[in-house]
Structure formats: structure tokens, C-alpha cells
Design a binder for this molecule. Sequence first.
Ligand SMILES: *Cc1c(COP(=O)(O)O)cnc(C)c1O
Length: 384
Amino acid sequence: MRSLDAFAGDKLAALEAKRLRRRLKPTRRHDGAVVEREGRRLISFSCNDYLGLSHHPAVRAAAAEAALNYGAGAAASRLVTGDHPLLGDLEKRLARLKGTEAACVFGSGYLANAGTIPTLVGAGDVIFIDALAHACLWAGAQLSGARVVKFAHNDVEDLARLIEAERPSARHALVATDGVFSMDGDIAPLDRLSALCQRHDAWLLSDDAHGVGVLAEGRGSGALFPDADIPLQMGTLSKALGSYGGYVCGSRAVIDLLKTRARTLVYATGLPPASAAAALAALDVIAAEPGLTAAPLAKARLFTRRLGLPDATSPIVPVILGSADAALAASTALEALGFLVVAIRPPTVPEGTARLRVAFTAAHDDADVTRLADAVAALRRQAA
Ligand SMILES: *Cc1c(COP(=O)(O)O)cnc(C)c1O
């Protein structure tokens, strides 16, 4: 046996023993919140398609038409021949939505963070990053070569202490956080982070992957804090906007620098025109139906109230169960009742906090939300 295969086999066996091996499960997604796995139809509470726009007739038609007219792929980096005019149209729309001078579209949200952070900071600089920030913010931080300093989750006092100690010896400083935390659903205190950043000349990067389209009439988590100055507003086209791709909104100078130097833009193929067309159509739907954007949070609140949990602040509600085993067992029990609620285990979440991550969308019926809440309540009673 090749040492490579022996290595991979041993590693998988060790993960399996800790219930941390993961497997892909082919899943067909249908209209509404329905998914199909192994021939069974389930109501999914594990999709980030918060507004159901991936299946909206206008969004699908825009993607299909763009693919038919402009081809399935972009064929080159944006800096070569892959910069279809639809990408520029989309950037104007995103900049307007976020209230910035400019925007840059990337191939995905992951690529946006992995490319942006190393363009702006490097050796001699410092990055302060929330302990629960998304993996791609960590990836960008590690790639940059800057000193990486973790602060306690949403703890502005902890960050203040660390900035006071570490900022003076660094040339530039960047503070990276999720706007809406992907596995907890809570919201970063962007107003207080922004004030602290301004006091210490640190650049605030907020990842709004789970805020755009669903908070503040669709403008995202930053708009919940009108006084916050967030010079780097990153997000994805892949969740509430129902398409695929990522973006950063910021000043003209910053965006022009990203387009010149971000390695995940320069050395990666441009976003397919169909993905840009779909995102533009999704933004049109949101503009025409602003009421739609409030629905996911309303469903999440119906769930948290029924369970006696603190009011949801975003469409994501964690039900923390502790061990990987407990989370997997709960997920299996819910699946038997017709619900898909995927268990989230380490290293996606910290050790000992395996959970059900319940994501609510405009496509959920109130009756299904209530049924799920009652099923989760029964599981928690059994576990107690
Ligand atoms: C999903 C997600 C990303 C990655 O976005 P993609 O477009 O899926 O690559 C980035 N940040 C957060 C917080 C996310 O939840």
C-alpha cells in the first residue's frame, strides 16, 4: 500500500472513532423547503436559501437565459477575458445596497475572504479575529502572514485589551468578525467594534454572509448599526441571494487594489455570467418585495418562542446538545419525523458544543415550524 493511502485510511479511522468522519449525502432540492435524500422527501431546516430565491421563477429564468446567451463558464480570470459586463452591473448594485463607493465580486465568499485579507495585511501587521469567526476568515488571516490574535466571541472588552497591548508594535491592524455568526445566529456588536477600531486605527472587516437579504430590509447586519463605520463589507451571493459567488464592498481605492492584487481574483476564473444574472434578479425581487426579507427571522422567532429560548436575532438558531453523538442522534430522530436538520460537530463548532443548527426560510410553513419546535422540545426533555 502506498504510504499516502495508509495515511488517509488511518486518519479516517481515527475520525470515525470520534464520530467526526463526514460523508456526502446526495440531495435534490425542490421548490419550497423540500429536499429529497435516498428517495425520501424531507422538510429542510439546513439550507441557507433564506428567501427561497434559488428556485424563484425570475431568478432561475435569469440564470438560464444568461447561460444560453453567454455560455456556461467565464473561460478566464476577470483580468483576462472573464469580466462579463453583468459582473460590473452586479457590483454597482451591491455597492448601492451596502452604501459604499464600489464592490468586487469573487468566485465565492470563501475566495473573497481568502483573497482580501492577504491583500491588505501581511508580515509586520496584526489581525484580531473573533474566536467563532468563519473558517474562511481564519484561512485569509493565516495566509496573510500577519500576526493573528484571537479575541473572545463578541467580547469588545477583551478585544480592547488585546488591541491596546498589540496594536502599537504593528504597522497596520485589521479586525475580522462575522456580522451574523454562521453557527450561532448571534450578531456582532458592530457599533462598538467600529468605535474601537476608529480609536486604534484598525480596519474592520465584517462578513455578512448570513445577513444580506434577511436583516434590515435586506441590507444586512451592518445596516442595523447606522453609526458604525465598516470599511470592508464582505458577503456571499450563495445564501439569501440564491445564487453562487462572493463579494466585498468598500471604498473605490480598496476595491481597485483588490482587483489588482487579490490572488483569488487574479488567479481564479471569473464568476459564471449565469451566477451574476441570478444574483441581480434576486436583488430585483428583494427590492420589489421588501416584506419578504423579514420572513426568515419571523419564522425563527416563532420557533424560539415556542421552545422558550431567547428570541432569535437572525434566521439561524442553535440547539446545543454537547457531544457529537447526541447531535447525530437528535438529527436522526428528526429525520424519522420528516425533518432535515443536520448535526454540526467539531471542528466546525468548538469541542463540547455539537448542535442542531436550525435555519429558517421564507419558504417554511408556520405549521411545520411549530411541529419542529415540539419535536425538538421532546428531544430536549428526553436528554435532560
Ligand atoms: C458560507 C459562508 C462563507 C462562504 O461563502 P461561500 O459563498 O459559500 O463560499 C463565508 N462566511 C460565512 C460566515 C459563511 O457562512
